[in-house]
Design a protein around this ligand. Structure first.
Ligand code: TYM
Length: 330
């Protein structure tokens, strides 16, 4: 049995990317009876400005979303990052063995700090990967199921675990990323050169959890493809179509080859219609569950309270060893 850990930031609208890139796999790993912990990354969210009341709301939204997607608090630990103080402490300790050069090379930092004056970039945004490493290493994690945009952060987590172990003695499990072949990087519907993101200015690029079935169908029917009119999986020359085939494969759990075999020879119209129906059906199903859970705030808080007890228990053990190894008097 492996320990599985992952997190999502509660920073706004939830989308199909989070579901297909991450939560879909969490559910599968949970069903395989791994020891799973899935948390809400509220300390990560505040690396960019957040409105106080909204951050609280979005944090609870995310718990309801996890439950709606089939994450079961009876089998899995669901908790709020800020309920386990050890995350911040281990992040500090790890930041002391992290170089500024490593942090500066992170593409997410470069993307997020682009177009912002240096004076306005919070140091937390730069130190973000050390916090992420702390999240993962605190739980002696074996597998981290994420979308491919997180790969670089997980590589850095592995480097830090190895560096710490070599410097202070064996302490941390060195985690492996768990990134699927399809659905790990869903691109924007109107611009398949960029990642589908909840912060996109153009809502047609994005499928949000609260979108109605009709709206989703409209967005998919309008998604950019190409004028070649040849149904192939060719991510180099037919990026838009390849993205839609990825979306189909991730949603249906079918492999790309059999999808291409079924639709090849035809135009894109029927494929888009079938895709739109499948995605809208799945999103509507999740949203109906989500609304049901979201109404019961007391239950969501109960789930978090139990989760915090479980997570603190594991984190206490790891941090005690870290203190001992580093020489922090107990
Ligand atoms: P976040 O909150 O940006 O995204 C949450 C998860 O959703 C995946 N994802 C996507 N997958 C496929 N296609 C997309 N368009 C797409 N958009 C988002 C992300 O890859 C991610 O798996 N740094 C993390 C949160 C984090 C974390 C951790 C994750 C903090 N600590 C420890 C794992 C382990 C983040 O910002 O994800």
């Amino acid at each position: 049995m492996s320990r599985v850990f992952s997190m999502i930031q509660p920073s706004g609208r939830l989308g199909i990317g989070h579901y297909l890139g991450a939560i879909r796999h969490w559910e599968v790993l949970q069903a395989q009876e791994h020891d799973c912990l899935f948390a809400i990354a509220n300390l990560h969210a505040i690396t960019v400005p957040q409105a106080t009341a909204e951050l609280k709301q979005h944090s609870l939204d995310l718990v309801a979303f996890y439950l709606a997607c089939g994450i079961d608090p009876e089998q899995t630990t669901i908790f709020m990052q800020s309920d386990v103080k050890h995350h911040a402490e281990l992040a500090w300790i790890l930041s002391c063995i992290t170089s500024l050069g490593e942090l500066n090379r992170m593409t997410q930092f470069k993307d997020k700090s682009q177009n912002t004056k240096r004076e306005r970039i919070g140091a937390g945004l730069l130190f973000y990967p050390a916090l992420m490493a702390a999240d993962i290493l605190l739980y002696q994690t074996n597998l981290v199921p994420v979308g491919s945009d997180q790969k670089q952060h997980i590589e850095m987590t592995r480097d830090l675990a190895i560096r710490f172990n070599q410097t202070f003695g064996e302490t941390f499990v060195v985690p492996e990323p768990y990134i699927a072949d399809t659905g790990s990087r869903i691109m924007a519907l109107g611009d398949p050169m960029k990642k589908m993101s909840k912060s996109d200015q153009d809502s047609n690029n994005y499928i949000a959890l609260e979108d109605s079935g009709r709206l989703i169908q409209k967005k998919i029917m309008r998604a950019v493809t190409d004028s070649l009119n040849s149904f192939c999986y060719n991510p180099e020359q037919q990026k838009g179509l390849a993205n839609l085939i990825d979306l189909y494969a991730a949603c249906s759990h079918e492999d790309v080859e059999s999808i291409v075999a079924r639709y090849s020879g035809g135009g894109y119209g029927q494929f888009k219609k079938d895709l739109a129906q499948m995605v809208s059906g799945r999103v509507e199903e999740i949203y109906a569950n989500y609304e049901r859970y979201r109404r019961d705030t007391a239950y969501l808080k109960e789930v978090l309270a139990q989760g915090a007890i479980n997570a603190n228990g594991i984190a206490d053990q790891t941090l005690a060893v870290v203190h001992e190894r580093v020489g922090l008097l107990l």
